[in-house]
Design a binder for this molecule. Structure first.
Ligand code: HQG
Length: 179
């Protein structure tokens, strides 16, 4: 792991899970002062901008004048972020690992350690996300129907879709495998 990656992981930890590490709290939209982060972890503005701009998953964003920074998604359950609600597309996907299937079929998809269940518009992203946990397994979610039935969806600034809980009756198998 190179230095920038290591620093990025530290930034994720602070902006998603433990802002108290540098003595700050997130505002309701997840922002902290950029200066507090720079001072807190002793990096330069240039390094921070490089990390934000080159992140392959667009994990972070600055406000317009770059005086504030936030994580786009992935926050801990204990942190509340006000994402705007949005009507989802007809279908979304969730990538998980085969070993979680018995529990998921029993309990539905839960946010686990995070604030929300993460969903994507395309199967490829879901496969990548699922592979982080083991042999991937992809669920197709009838998001529009869930929304019509009162489930609330949000879209993070980088395009990831979020919802609090997906009951097991909404989990459709497409059995996408990458063997
Ligand atoms: C599973 C990464 C058992 C769930 C990624 C998932 C994404 C259950 C795992 C983003 C369950 C949680 C989010 C249940 C859900 N029983 N297992 N009832 N309900 N699960 O990492 O969606 O690199 O918290 O299927 O790329 O994998 O951090 O969520 O497999 O974008 O920027 O519990 O995080 O991005 O795992 O990933 P995670 P996720 P970053």
């Amino acid at each position: 792991m190179n230095n920038l990656t290591r620093t990025s992981k530290l930034i994720s930890k602070i902006l998603r899970h433990e802002p108290e590490m540098i003595g700050v709290t997130l505002d309701p939209d997840g922002w902290i002062d950029t200066q507090a982060l720079l001072t807190g972890i002793q990096i330069s503005q240039a390094t921070l901008e490089q990390i934000v701009n080159t992140d392959t998953k667009q994990r972070y964003s600055f406000n317009q004048d770059k005086t504030k920074i936030r994580a786009n998604y992935g926050h801990s359950a204990k942190i509340i972020i006000n994402y705007p609600e949005k009507e989802p597309p007809e279908i979304l996907y969730h990538g998980t690992a085969e070993r979680f299937l018995p529990s998921i079929r029993e309990k539905g998809l839960l946010p686990m350690q995070r604030l929300y269940v993460h969903l994507s518009k395309d199967i490829e992203t879901a496969i990548t996300v699922g592979t982080r946990h083991g042999k991937p397994y992809i669920f197709q979610i009838p998001a529009r129907i869930m929304h019509q039935q009162g489930h609330i969806f949000y879209q993070a600034p980088n395009g990831v879709w979020l919802t609090k809980f997906i009951p097991s009756n909404f989990l459709q198998d497409i059995a996408e495998r990458v063997d």
